[in-house]
Design a protein around this ligand. Structure first.
Ligand code: GAR
Length: 211
């Protein structure tokens, strides 16, 4: 069992840190590169501190998004990345990139999808007054946060609430769920349901087979 993982970040990189701390160098999982869309991303420092190779692929440094994503994809292939993890990567990848790594890109999102896709998901859920929000880890397709769901966990809310406290609780769940998903994929236990391509089957999870 082995899995070469690349992580894409744009900012703080706490989810990257969770992957480095919990699965990197264990069970055959190796983080082989961290790429950022921003030169100043704190995630790059975290990668360097763990001895992981880094690179910056800022849109402004390339003629267009297609060229940027092509350079990024080539860099990932050069490192032999088998799984691409979007960990707070705040840019939309081109369809060409997504097709090239089809079924091999996962994203962590701070809501229970399909509720609150896109940006500012935590604030929008709280503004809406939802009583349950949460975290989703999903495969990336060509839509915005629309791909097949691998793992979800609920986070209950009550009001009044401090947004910072809610963010902390959601991030803590992300830091468990994302490494767990990477571990399950490395174990070869995750596949798309051949009958319903929206669904993900996780080996060993049970299920009575009537769905
Ligand atoms: C995380 O909360 C992640 O779910 C979110 O950005 C944050 C990145 O934090 N991603 C999205 O909203 C993607 N649509 P981090 O840089 O500390 O890991």
């Amino acid at each position: 069992m082995s899995l070469r993982v690349a992580v894409l970040v744009s900012g703080e990189g706490t989810n990257l840190q969770a992957i480095l701390d919990k699965v990197h160098g264990r069970e055959g999982i190796e983080v082989v590169g961290v790429a950022s869309s921003r030169a100043g991303a704190r995630g790059l420092e975290r990668a360097r501190a763990a001895g992981v190779e880094t690179a910056v692929f800022a849109a402004a440094d390339h003629p267009d998004r297609e060229a940027r994503d092509l350079a990024l994809a080539d860099w990932l292939d050069e490192r032999g990345a088998e799984l691409v993890v979007l960990a707070g990567f705040m840019e939309i990848l081109t369809g060409e990139f997504i097709r090239r790594f089809s079924g091999r890109i996962v994203n962590v999102h701070p809501s229970l999808l399909p509720a609150f896709p896109g940006v500012r998901s935590i604030e929008r859920a709280v503004d809406h007054g939802v009583r349950v929000t949460g975290v989703t880890v999903h495969f990336v397709d060509e839509g915005v946060d629309t791909g097949p769901i691998i793992l979800q966990r609920a986070v209950p809310l009550s009001y009044p609430a401090r947004i910072e406290e809610i963010e902390d609780r959601i991030h803590a769940v992300e830091h468990e769920l994302l490494p767990q998903a990477v571990r399950l994929i490395a174990q070869g236990r995750v596949r798309i349901d051949p009958v319903n391509h929206r669904r993900v089957l996780i080996e060993g999870e049970g299920g009575d087979g009537d769905g």
